[in-house]
Design a protein around this ligand. Structure first.
Ligand SMILES: [Zn+2]
Length: 260
């Protein structure tokens, strides 16, 4: 049984513990998330959900791995770890994640994008398509990119430092003239504390050999797919408490998630 439920913007959120995860049917237009961005910012880098369990809850998404060992991208049911060398590696189902959000991606019809566009143009375009700021959606762009600037994070040792400290020394990568996919989400501002409000994208090349957390990009041409999400099932590891939406500062998130 869910611990609690709340309405966060237009999103229905159910809080779960790991024992609630058994025997669920495959939901439509529903997100599954383990832990919260607030807990990750605070250095909770060990989770209780394995990738084998995550795979049962979505085929598309992003996150990280235990000990903050790189960026995670899930696409077409395959899960990849982008390590601190910027390269992509398949993830073993026994590996665990301290923070991830996934969905079974069921987009509307694909749309050619009026490229070239940068990340801000793309976000504005999806905003125009989805309307308002309350809705939550999963966003996929497949295309040719003139440039993608990504970062990853190196595996951490205990005692874990807060995320803002880790990203001070984050390795960044410039991918040029590369085919690949942006995999991301738009969360409403109300979801601050649960997840990153606004857009959050990870990138993986078409060859599935490199990628990372997207700091900037320039799309030469590409196709957009959007899946509007109605529900969020949020699993909380034992040491992570119910988040207070709105509590995490914009500043802390910007330092960690956006280009500085
Ligand atoms: Zn990220």
């Amino acid at each position: 049984m869910p611990v609690d439920a709340a309405l966060v913007g237009a999103l229905h959120v159910e809080y779960l513990t790991k024992r609630d995860l058994v025997g669920e049917e495959r939901p439509h237009h529903s997100l599954f998330q383990t832990s919260t961005i607030e807990a990750l910012l605070d250095g909770s880098y060990e989770g209780d959900v394995s990738f084998a369990e995550l795979e049962d809850r979505g085929d598309f998404g992003l996150g990280t791995l235990d000990a903050l060992d790189g960026e995670m991208v899930a696409l077409d049911g395959a899960f990849y770890q982008i390590k601190a060398d910027g390269l992509a590696y398949p993830i073993d189902g026994r590996a665990r994640t301290p923070f991830a959000v996934v969905t079974f991606f069921e987009p509307g019809p694909p749309q050619m994008l009026p490229a070239p566009m940068d990340l801000a143009d793309l976000c504005a375009h999806v905003d125009g398509l989805v309307g308002g700021t309350a809705a939550c959606c999963a966003v996929r762009v497949d295309g040719l990119f003139g440039r993608v600037k990504t970062r990853s994070v190196p595996r951490q040792r205990r005692p874990y430092p807060p995320l803002a400290e880790v990203v001070e020394g984050q390795p960044t990568f410039e991918l040029r003239d590369v085919r690949g996919s942006l995999v991301g989400f738009r969360f409403p501002d109300h979801a601050r504390g649960l997840n990153v409000p606004g857009y959050h994208f990870h990138f993986i090349t078409e060859k599935r050999d490199a990628g990372g957390h997207v700091l900037a990009c320039r799309l030469a041409r590409g196709e957009l797919r959007v899946d509007r999400e109605a529900d969020l099932r949020l699993e909380l590891p034992p040491e992570v408490s119910l988040p207070v939406p709105g509590q995490v500062s914009e500043d802390a998130l910007n330092r960690v998630e956006r280009e500085r």
